[in-house]
Design a protein around this ligand. Structure first.
Ligand code: NAD
Length: 262
């Protein structure tokens, strides 16, 4: 039996992309997996089956829209109801919107700040008493290179991700004397739905094929010239949840092909 066998892992935004791969990695360590996402029941059921195939002893799926008032409390009440415990919280759900600041809509700003920053705050706030009671907990916030550096036309996303990195450090200090850790992972470009529209827009504006647009897109920021693999982010999350991560807290891990080294 592995050290994480039977632990309950809540992964927000885990019905696709990075969250799905993190959940799969934790499933492979024997965690019970609590999935969340707004992609609909068919996708949720399929991803749930993938978790069981990967090794999860149990899986639950919650379609809570984290933009709704009271969503964090409702989601954690469902975790209590389904599993009666909460050991690992991965704040992963996030959205992007790209526009110059003068034309950045208030609605897009509010949605990004709410989902990428306020939802993690609320989930951590309500998860912590449960973790302290269990005398064990792991919190991992999926931030971004945009939690460390900025890019043009991403004001809300950059503000939210910088905020999430700051929140990570504050939570780490407030839990330092508890057996609870809080860390952030900051990926560079990962090939998921979240950046697909940006690649398509780049291809159109530059008159490039999709393949050429990807190379030009990566070339502008990510010196490795390759995407970060979602599964590698999952492996990093599994490491942070392991015994070896006991004293790792308040840390900010870039996985960005050299982006922030420049
Ligand atoms: P994705 O679009 O593939 O997946 C997003 C997930 O969030 C989906 O499961 C979706 O259902 C869920 N979601 C969206 N809105 C929601 C809501 N209102 N309530 C609940 N769930 C909601 O995106 P991804 O690329 O896998 O991104 C995951 C995280 O990684 C995000 O926080 C993103 O900012 C971060 N990130 C992504 C990249 C990248 O290049 N893709 C780079 C750095 C950081």
């Amino acid at each position: 039996m592995g050290e994480l066998q039977g632990k309950v892992a809540v992964v927000t935004g885990s019905t696709s992309g990075i969250g799905r791969e993190i959940a799969l990695c934790l499933a492979a360590t024997g965690c019970r997996i609590f999935l969340n996402g707004i992609d609909g029941p068919e996708i949720g059921d399929r991803v749930g089956e993938e978790m069981i195939s990967a090794g999860a002893p149990a899986v639950a799926i919650n379609h809570q829209d984290l933009l709704q008032t009271g969503a964090a409390e409702d989601l954690l009440a469902d975790v209590d109801c389904q599993f009666g415990a909460l050991d690992i919280l991965i704040n992963n759900a996030g959205v992007q919107h790209v526009a110059p600041i003068e034309s950045f809509s208030d609605l897009a700003w509010d949605r990004i700040i709410e989902l990428n920053l306020s939802a993690p705050f609320r989930l951590i706030k309500h998860a912590l008493p449960r973790m302290r009671k269990n005398r064990w907990g792991r919190i991992i916030n999926i931030a971004s290179v945009h939690g460390i550096v900025a890019s043009t036309r991403k004001s809300a996303y950059v503000a939210a991700k910088h905020g999430l990195v700051g929140l990570t450090k504050t939570v780490a200090l407030e839990t330092a004397a508890d057996p609870v850790t809080c860390n952030a992972i900051c990926p560079g470009y990962v090939h998921t739905a979240l950046i697909e529209t940006q690649i398509e827009a780049h291809a159109e504006s530059e008159g490039l094929s999709l393949e050429a647009a990807i190379q030009s897109f990566l070339g502008k920021k990510q010196p490795s010239g390759g995407f970060v693999a979602s599964a590698d982010i999952g492996a990093m999350a599994a490491f942070l949840c392991s015994k070896a991560g006991d004293q790792v807290t308040g840390s900010v891990f870039t996985m960005d092909g050299g982006w922030t080294a420049q």
